[in-house]
Design a protein around this ligand. Structure first.
Ligand SMILES: [Zn+2]
Length: 167
């Protein structure tokens, strides 16, 4: 988390493979990201790399377009909010992100596209992954004729407890 290399330094760096020809130098996050975009069928443009770096460089996260746009502004990435929206939707269509239906007014995007469950802190608008042992869904209805269940994602909505015995 704290070892995130400054974005511009990363984008300006040459590919480690072409720099010294050592095929053994692996694990460069930026070349990983390039490969990841290519494998998903997306051309690794500078904008996609910049936004992908912000999205995927810090572990599993849940963001709205506005949150990512704020991060891009702080990292001095020259993008518009419209570009951020478009890129998030392209990443989602390519299977790199998963869009979460949590709050009708805002789309949240999850950098972990595999099926998992969430806590949603309604007042803060914050999304947390539920611990893996957090829930067990073992009694589902039969799917309607001709259908099968593709997945189950549970959202547990949280609010702060009222503090008793005070003001
Ligand atoms: Zn999640």
């Amino acid at each position: 988390m704290s070892d995130l290399t400054p974005l511009q330094a990363v984008l300006n760096a040459r590919s480690p493979l072409s720099a010294d020809g050592a095929a053994g130098r692996r694990g460069c996050p930026l070349s990983d990201l390039r490969d990841r975009l290519r494998r998903a069928g997306l051309r690794p443009t500078r904008q996609r790399l910049s936004l992908g770096w912000l999205l995927f460089g810090r572990g599993d996260r849940h963001l709205t377009a506005e949150m990512l746009y704020d991060e891009a502004m702080r990292a001095k990435v020259p993008v518009s909010l419209a570009t951020v929206y478009n890129t998030l939707h392209q990443f989602t269509e390519a299977g790199l992100l998963r869009q979460l239906a949590l709050d009708g007014s805002k789309a949240y995007f999850d950098t972990n596209p595999t099926e998992h469950h969430h806590f949603f802190l309604e007042e803060e608008g914050e999304v947390l992954d539920m611990p893996e042992c957090g829930i067990s869904v073992d009694s589902l209805p039969d799917a309607p004729e001709g259908m099968e269940i593709a997945g189950v994602e549970v959202i547990v909505r949280l609010r702060r407890r009222a503090v008793s015995g005070r003001g």
